[in-house]
Design a protein. Structure first.
Length: 335
């Protein structure tokens, strides 16, 4: 039985439908990510679960109970926002203890819980410092500690790392994932960053224009996109319509379009005869480094195809070099 369930959930603002008949289940102890472009409805869905937005129709269930109309404070849900919202006049310890004090928890229990969680998030040395004395990453960890010290049934994280610099953001992704797994928390993470979703998630729910486009483990969405939108949003697929494939290499495909990943393309200076592959002639337009990858933009007629190669595997091709691309048919996805 699912731990969190959205049943036929709809949310309208005036006459605009923001969430359209959402049916979604999330298992206990997992980190599920709501992924999608800005305006797709992912934060609205999170707020409906938290009770910060009323639903237009449908139901929200948590641990087998209908919480659709339950007061937000009675749902047992912790939330971390993009803005950390730490109290500036309180130390880290005091910020973390705040929720427990509101619940009138025994002072000794509060101190024990605060000490434990400060250790888990690695803020022992900053326990008596104020938010203004903390780095952005430390503030984020303090906000996370404050949300989980009350032992919520569900932890919601609404793009909590979007304002963090890239290097620190990566380390915080790992830290949040470690803490979630260590404590066995059921968490829902909202992001528009597909790389972040791939790193952190047990399951990704990809949203588009107010509905669920595809759900699955990160590797499933990456290797088996179900629609053209998923292929264009997850990973970096080359996505070509059937008439384009016919034009650039003479191939007739039975599907509407075809998708293939840049790293699966073989490049050669001479055509390779292989009935199990598509052979496409092209010309190097330019190349750009992406970490340890060199990405070539190859013009095949009027169509650009991206090709990824590892640095150092072979001499790089130069602008205007005539080449041949070979893509195995089994490596293609037909949409």
């Amino acid at each position: 039985m699912s731990y969190i369930r959205f049943e036929n959930l709809c949310k309208n603002y005036d006459q605009k439908a923001v969430l359209k008949d959402i049916n979604l289940e999330i298992e206990k102890g997992t980190l599920a990510t709501l992924l999608g472009p800005s305006g797709c409805g992912k934060s609205t869905l999170l707020r409906c679960l938290a009770g910060l937005e009323t639903v237009t129709s449908g139901k929200v269930f948590l641990d087998g109970k209908d919480i659709t109309d339950v007061n937000p404070k009675d749902r047992g849900i912790g939330m971390v926002f993009q803005q950390y919202s730490l109290f500036p006049n309180m130390t880290v310890e005091q910020n973390i203890a705040f929720g427990l004090k509101i619940k009138k928890t025994d002072k000794k229990v509060i101190q024990e819980k605060v000490n434990d969680i400060i250790g888990i998030v690695g803020l022992k040395e900053q326990a008596r410092q104020y938010p203004s004395q903390l780095s952005g990453g430390q503030q984020q960890r303090a906000a996370l500690a404050r949300a989980i010290v009350t032992e919520p049934k569900v932890l919601l994280l609404d793009e909590p790392l979007s304002a963090i610099a890239a290097l620190l953001r990566h380390s915080l992704q790992i830290e949040i994932r470690r803490i979630q797994q260590e404590l066995g928390i059921t968490a829902i993470f909202v992001t528009h960053d597909q790389d972040e979703a791939m790193v952190m998630s047990d399951v990704i729910h990809l949203m588009y224009q107010g509905h669920m486009e595809q759900s699955g483990r990160p590797i499933e969405l990456y290797t088996k996109p179900a629609t053209k939108f998923v292929a264009s949003f997850i990973g970096h697929y080359n996505l070509l319509d059937a008439p384009v494939m016919k034009k650039i290499c003479g191939a007739d495909i039975s599907s509407e379009s075809i998708a293939f990943r840049p790293e699966l393309i073989h490049v050669s200076t001479e055509p390779v005869e292989d009935p199990d592959s598509y052979m496409i002639p092209g010309e190097i337009a330019f190349s750009l480094p992406h970490g340890n990858i060199l990405r070539y933009a190859v013009l095949c007629g009027d169509t650009q195809i991206d090709v990824d190669a590892l640095f150092g595997t072979e001499a790089p091709y130069c602008r205007s070099d005539r080449i041949f691309l070979s893509i195995r048919k089994d490596d293609c996805i037909y949409l």
